[in-house]
Design a protein around this ligand. Sequence first.
Ligand SMILES: Cc1cc2nc3c(=O)[nH]c(=O)nc-3n(C[C@H](O)[C@H](O)[C@H](O)COP(=O)(O)OP(=O)(O)OC[C@H]3O[C@@H](n4cnc5c(N)ncnc54)[C@H](O)[C@@H]3O)c2cc1C
Length: 565
Amino acid sequence: MAKKVVIVGGVAGGASVASRIRRLDEKAEIIMFERGSDVSFSNCSLPFFLSRIVPTTENLVLMNPKKFKNQYNIIAKTLHEVVDVDPVRKKVRVKNLASNEEFDESYDSLVLCPGASPIAPRSIEGVDKPHVFTVRNVGDISGLDSYIKEHNINNIAVIGGGFIGLEVAENLGLDKKNVTLIEKLNQVLAPLDYDMAQILHKELYDKGVHLILEDGIKKIEDNAVVLESGTVVEAGAVVLSLGVRPEVELAKKAGITLGETGGILVDHNYRTSVEDIYAVGDAIEVTHFLTNKKTRLTLAGPAQRQARAAADDMYGKQHRNTGVIGSSVVHCFDYNAACTGLNEKQCKASGINYDVAYVIPEDMVKIMPKVNPLFFKLIFETPSGKILGAQAVGKGNVDKRIDVIAAFIMLHGTLEDLKELELCYSPMFSTAKDVVNHAALVGLNILNGVYRQIPVTAVRELVENNAVIIDVREPHEFEGGYFINAKNIPLSQLRDRLDEIPKDKPVYLHCRSGQRSYNAVCALQGLGYKNVYNMMGSFLGVCAYEYFNDKTKDRKPIVTAYNFT
Ligand SMILES: Cc1cc2nc3c(=O)[nH]c(=O)nc-3n(C[C@H](O)[C@H](O)[C@H](O)COP(=O)(O)OP(=O)(O)OC[C@H]3O[C@@H](n4cnc5c(N)ncnc54)[C@H](O)[C@@H]3O)c2cc1C
């Protein structure tokens, strides 16, 4: 007899399970219930409709029930909510949301792919007002867009600076709206470390987004939001992007065990604690590949991989569940930011010994017209040199570099391996020694104690305490902006001006991005200097790190002028 599979949720996880099952079993009866009005739409492209990078909402919908039936013989029912599960009789109760009728549907296997719903806390006064929106599906984004247009709204508050908040803010900004982005933490995009997020803060500031950090929302009024600090922000529309909560109500009704993070507990084949019920996607709890800790990860790639694995398991096909590392990328006006693996915050929280190589080389050969600096941070375990994570921010291809590191993490690669990695090269694409090779070399130097470094986060204190800072750039670069009280001794003159460099005090060297100052550190060490440090990120990195706070906080800049060239 043909196997009957019922799937709850018809988007990333659900549609992937359904199509994989069809490829494995031409005879299976596959029924997919979706509560919303669309199946298989591109959630990830939703914000881009606001700027019309995606021109119409129809573009967002990749498949429809008719195509599912014609191409795959899959029955996809939209506006059908599964409201209960009876695991003993192996039936689900379904409500047709158009007619309000309810009926039972039996299954041999049930796959829960209900995703996660946006958080909109009742404790926020005014959260139910008609000008308050969340973004999860096509109806949400078209509702937000229509409201803005119909009411001629210009001031919009986006609450929450995660991936979705950032993308919504960017696309509203591209549509020339006056956007305020409010984030409770001291940075946007929590998967990045603070120093890397500062580069995005700079970009948001430069592009006219009013970024408010370390403040939360208290109350939503008709034309404003009131923050916890008492600040009032004018807003004719409010977008809540406060994170998501796994949809576990059905799982609970079925008696399925939940995990410690609140997601549905699954085994390595995505089977739940109840027989013949699988779960995949944003609703489940997953295991981190590096820490082995339980976590939740709301990304499309993992949802699709899990969906395929669950379908394979249903048909006795083996797969290796490696867990997740959390690779992601986001666009923010002229910049791209990507990361993978563990960041410094996570290493600290997990008690992992680590160190960092922070480099800012060009992303292609300097004389190419589209060349840009690439801010790249590589995190590795000490003393093993095992690669743990990386973050990249720049105007060019950050995803390529982060994807290389993601592959290295999954294959247990070390700095030595990365140093030797042979990548394709031509001047328009990269440099002969690509940023990932470069970072590995720097990492090995740090690991092997070749020289010492200080992070961008420590520079302000050094400048304010009048430490010995030597800028080894050429005089014309120095004139374009320098650290207050820094001394300019170009690398080309260093060996002739040693009498100006004290041996009895710590000496901090920098150039534009760290390359020349590394050579200067080596030279001084070779000449008997014992207390010299290279400044990670050098002038470029520190400018990017300090810029946003200098512009928005009442404090004295530590540079005479910012210089990003
Ligand atoms: C605006 C936005 C941008 C994103 N950008 C990215 C990105 O750039 N990169 C990335 O990797 N990820 C991104 N994501 C996340 C990604 O879309 C999700 O991780 C992925 O869609 C999860 O798949 P899923 O099947 O678990 O859940 P979903 O795709 O959310 O699908 C779950 C579906 O189940 C339906 N459902 C729930 N309960 C029931 C029920 N009882 N009966 C019937 N149907 C039900 C819901 O209506 C929903 O449509 C983004 C998400 C959003 C919202």
